[in-house]
Design a protein around this ligand. Structure first.
Ligand code: TRP
Length: 449
């Protein structure tokens, strides 16, 4: 089987792919809106600390398991198990992660479909198709099915091409495009009235809010979602890394890029809200809190673009194209998790496997859309509030408690021969054994209240 396994062709390719998975709607939408609804800069600070101190070590655990196993999540976790009785547990964690990734994709595709529809709308306006434009952004079932389906189709097309020609090639194209659009938009927003007030709100923390349990729960959840943890996605990406690469610095680069882009997205969104206010758009609700989530992205910002006249069409197009690109590089990683498992476990060819699973996920998205009120929020909570932290925790337990320490070190030393004497090996094993499991459990328990 190993001959048919893909591998990232370069360090840059892996970083773009893994950062592409990490950087998604979670960064460009989730992070700024969470910041807006959690007291501004205090949330930013908590997020930075938790991302580096808890999410990075957990990311490393997943990458190491994958590269050692050179296989999908289930087989890789089985490989590090010492005893036969641990195999069912390995299956539970690996397969649970795969299901979780599939479910995340099924709601992510719906949201990404909205992003694509808002990207197409200004184009329809420009060519004078007014009626089509308002249909495209209206909340109809047909529109939702069409655009979510279209988004899944794009994801399937990329994944069916495999690791190097699909994931890596497209991540290398899309990620630089994403950065370019992001910075261009920031430059534009900064030149508008009101931006500096938003910047102040974003960057000056109110320290009293920082130890609020609810703030910490949201920040850790956000960090886990953002680094795509607990869903076996990073195990499978780890399995495509060459043995000659230094995992410690690779993982650190991915974390840095992810956090950096979330932070930069905040530099765009929060000032943009204050610019909108300057234009007469309402940005606070009755309780005096900043509007967030869907209201922010689908009402405040479009109202801002409208107020810009014809330039607004181009700015709006660029903004939603940015969102769609970010979503696509993430969704390909979610689809890769079940596809790689099916290919390796059942010996199916990649193409039919990708189409079959894509169709399945499309069916789940349809069910969610047909029962939107009951299912949409439920699936999000199930996967991101329960699935990801619990599975991420179990992955730490596997690496910290089950895997043989010497074999773990050997894996880390591949591509990093001095690892045993470095700072990483002094801190991380303890971290993954005690600090991460305890901290994740605490935050998880708190999130249940
Ligand atoms: N990290 C992505 C984001 O920030 C989402 C994502 C991609 C994801 N792959 C994942 C989330 C796997 C959970 C699991 O939007």
């Amino acid at each position: 089987m190993s001959a048919s396994r893909g591998e990232f062709s370069s360090r840059f390719g892996f970083i773009m792919a893994a950062a592409g998975s990490a950087v998604g709607l979670g960064n460009i939408w989730g992070f700024p809106t969470q910041t807006a609804s959690n007291g501004g800069a205090a949330f930013v600070l908590a997020y930075l600390v938790l991302a580096f101190c808890l999410a990075y070590p957990a990311l490393m655990a997943e990458l190491v398991v994958g590269r050692y196993g050179q296989a999908n999540a289930v087989s890789s976790l089985k490989k590090i198990s010492k005893h036969k009785w641990q195999h069912p547990l390995a299956f539970l964690v690996g397969f649970g992660g795969i299901i979780c990734a599939g479910l995340i994709l099924s709601f992510y595709a719906i949201v990404a479909g909205w992003m694509i529809s808002y990207t197409v709308e200004p184009v329809a306006q420009l060519v004078g198709a007014q009626e089509a434009a308002s249909w495209i952004t209206g909340q109809s079932l047909t529109r939702n099915l069409l655009f979510a389906g279209g988004f899944i189709l794009l994801t399937v097309l990329i994944i069916s091409k495999g690791v190097e020609n699909g994931i890596e090639k497209w991540s290398k194209r899309l990620m630089p495009a994403l950065l370019g659009i992001l910075f261009a938009l920031i430059a534009y927003v900064f030149s508008q009235d009101g931006a500096s007030e938003g910047l102040r709100n974003y960057l000056l923390p109110d320290f009293s809010a920082i130890f609020e349990p609810s703030l910490l729960v949201s920040a850790l959840g956000q960090a886990f979602f953002s680094l795509s943890l607990g869903t076996s996605v990073m195990i499978i990406y780890g399995s495509y890394i060459s043995k000659s690469e230094n995992l410690v610095t690779l993982g650190a680069s991915v974390t840095l890029i992810d956090v950096f882009i979330a932070f930069v997205a905040g530099l765009l969104i929060i000032p943009a809200m204050y610019v909108a206010q300057e234009q007469g758009v309402q940005i606070f609700d009755e309780a005096g809190k900043l509007l967030s989530e869907d209201t922010l992205v689908f009402q405040v910002l479009p109202a801002l673009f409208d107020s810009m006249g014809s330039a607004g069409l181009y700015v709006g197009f660029a903004f939603f194209a940015l969102m769609s690109i970010a979503a696509l590089t993430s969704s390909i990683s979610m689809l890769e998790a079940p596809v790689s498992y099916t290919v390796e476990k059942f010996g199916m060819d990649r193409k039919p496997a990708t189409w079959t699973i894509g169709a399945l996920i499309g069916a789940v998205s349809t069910v969610i859309l047909l029962n939107f009120e009951q299912l949409f929020g439920f699936v999000i909570a199930l996967t991101t509030r329960f699935g990801q932290p619990l599975l991420g925790l179990m992955c730490c337990v596997f690496v910290g408690w089950i895997w043989h320490r010497s074999s773990l070190l050997k894996e880390i030393e591949q591509g990093n021969p001095d690892a045993a004497s470095g700072w990483f090996w002094k801190i991380w094993p303890w971290y993954i054994k005690f600090v991460c499991p305890i901290a994740i459990s605490l935050v998880f328990i708190n999130s249940l209240r």
